[in-house]
Unconditional design. Sequence first.
Length: 290
Amino acid sequence: MSKVKIGDRYFGDGEPCYIVGEIGINHNGDTALAMGLIALAASSGCNAVKFQKRTVDVVYTPEELAKPRENPFGPTNGDLKRGLEFGQSQYEQINSFCESTGIAWFASCWDEASVDFIDQFPVPCYKIASASLTDDELLRYTRAKAKDRPIILSCGMSTEAQVDHAVEVLGRENLILLHSVSTYPAFYNELNLRTIQTMHKRYGLPVGYSGHETGLASSVAAVALGACLVERHITLDRSMWGTDHAASLGPNGINQLVKDIRLVETSMGDGVKQLIDREIPNMKKLRRKG
């Protein structure tokens, strides 16, 4: 499996897991809340935060936007989608705050105009959401914009054949795949973590994990199974309004996840069975023969 460089560091075989705090739309349209989430990710030891960028009138049909949906921004689904969408001034604040905090940021872009928008900022990579995996035009457009920057492709709600096709469209250079199950929250019996190893073997690419479960154990297990990147939604309060908060990790959760991942990495070793020095006194004391 090749290594991939995001910003100033490599990850892949033999490298520490790259941990991403997925903010997505958990900022609830509030820049102050977004800054709080960035600060949480940075203080917990995450390597990066991720947002979502959409051109609302392109991604959603007029019928979908007109559907009744009571929310803090108005009575329709369109009011909600527009209220949650950050624009130029908000992303300038995000970029400035991340630079001052020392954490990387990037975004999943759901349409070509959003790719252009994010491209004005010094993001170290691009993300393609599971929902966009079958959008060949968007995949090609993102690859052209990314140039030598890596692309992270989430593979939720997709068949193996669809992932095969997306990999063919994007090309294997500077590509990271994320195993994911697109249910919110995901049930543990849906996660199928062994798919991480299957994807390693099938594509010969770095493979990570984007989790939507409520707990920590499975995301830590993903690292033990070879995930080179772990992405989890984060929130300041899981009871806040919004569709993703309940499937997100609060401050205690993301702090513990980062600690547990680093402990697992320390524990993995090189796989060579050997007698270690600290065992020798116990061996002499406890072993009767040999």
